[in-house]
Ligand binder design. Structure first.
Ligand code: TXA
Ligand code: MG
Length: 360
């Protein structure tokens, strides 16, 4: 069986939703990256997600929801009531200050690339949360994700649709490259507009907000919207989750060829593999063709370059990051070198984070 790419329309959505309701898995476009979707309340579907990804079960999943009507951005009470109605979270465990902050963050960034880690209801299977007392919830902005979740009629657990430890997919074709034969269909929602995963933020009982993974919404923006300080939490693994070894965590986003971050002297200061095999170069900004000519002449070997953004724009760089890594990975280069992203402001935080992790 090969995975089929479906153009989204009423027929494709009905087929994909039926697969989800029956406990099967579907490739789902979102504005951040493509997800590997399964019904969040179905243990069999959750187990199939971990198996298809070859992901260890100590790494919990994000559950995606979609409101049936227009999201009540103006009404904090209605937003919290919707969240409760999903059957996922128990907001009564939060103080009123914390609930106010959840409502403010949801109003500002949902639908969109923000995941909130909140107290869970007992009904949420342990497999979705790795046994944690919290569940990660997100309301994606992509119209195909929203339509699929509504049609399925269940919240949808969806990690990025890549095999464990590999680069997150940002097109339907990337999903097939990762999971061909392991899932029946992927809905083609085009190239992802954000390009890096959602920001994962926890809100504690008392209302303390911590970013557990930088992503599509910046820490500054979270802090402004919640009118509260936002701290940087643990890097990858939530508190209380066992990690067998750091090298086994998915969030390494690693290409299959070794990637190193460059210093100020660029490739001139890099320790290149001996021989004349081609090397890959990922520029943070500037012109890739020019860099290829310059470095190929200087090093007397082929240099394959990609630029994240000619003008150094963070939104464009985030959008291109994973596809550029994928292209360099498949370019025939024997080693990859990447310029670090120059700042940690806004989306730059997520870009710099993913580059560091790709470098291991
Ligand atoms: O943009 C995204 O978030 C994408 C798309 C498909 O929505 N999904 C995604 O899922 O990136 P995944 O499984 O690759 O990443 C989930 C992250 C992990 O870092 C995990 O540790 C964290 O969310 N997470 C999930 N549940 C958590 C919890 N209860 N407490 C703390 N962290 C949690
Ligand atoms: Mg992932």
């Amino acid at each position: 069986m090969h995975t089929r790419i479906l153009k989204p329309g009423p027929k494709a959505l009905a087929e994909a939703a039926a697969i989800l309701r029956a406990g099967g898995l579907v490739g789902m476009p979102t504005e951040t990256v493509y997800g590997l979707a399964g019904s969040a309340f179905d243990e069999k579907a959750l187990a199939a997600i971990f198996a298809a990804k070859e992901r260890p079960t100590f790494d919990p999943l994000i559950v995606h929801v979609a409101p049936p009507v227009d999201w009540p951005a103006e009404d904090a009470g209605a937003r919290l009531a919707f969240l409760e109605s999903t059957g996922l979270v128990d907001l009564a465990q939060l103080t009123s200050r914390a609930r106010g902050r959840v409502a403010a963050l949801a109003a500002a960034f949902w639908p969109g690339p923000l995941t909130l880690v909140l107290p869970k209801r007992p009904r949420v299977p342990d497999l979705a949360t790795s046994g944690l007392p919290t569940v990660a919830v997100r309301m994606p902005a992509h119209p195909v994700a929203r339509a699929l979740i509504l049609e399925a009629g269940v919240p949808v657990a969806a990690p990025s649709a890549n095999r464990f430890g590999r680069i997150s997919p940002t097109t339907a074709k990337d999903v097939v490259a990762e999971l061909d034969g392991r899932i029946p269909v992927v809905l083609d929602g085009g190239a992802c507009g954000v390009g890096v995963e959602s920001t994962v933020a926890s809100v504690s009982r008392g209302g303390a907000i911590a970013v557990l993974r930088p992503g599509g919404v910046s820490r500054e923006a979270l802090s402004t919207a919640a009118a509260a300080p936002v701290t940087a939490g643990p890097r990858t693994v939530p508190a209380g989750v066992r990690r067998s070894s750091p090298g086994t965590l998915e969030s390494h986003y690693a290409p299959s060829i070794p990637l190193r971050l460059l210093g100020a002297r660029g490739l001139a200061g890099a320790s290149l593999p001996p021989g004349s095999d081609p090397v890959g170069l990922l520029l943070a900004s500037g012109d890739a063709r020019r860099a290829e000519r310059h470095w190929s002449a200087k090093l007397s070997r082929r240099v394959v370059a990609r630029s994240l953004s000619e003008s150094g724009n963070a939104e464009e760089a985030a959008r291109r990051l994973f596809s550029a890594l994928r292209a360099l990975d498949a370019s025939g280069a024997v080693a990859l070198f990447a310029e670090p992203w120059p700042d940690e402001k806004g989306l730059g935080h997520a870009i710099a984070d993913r580059l560091r992790r790709a470098a291991g």
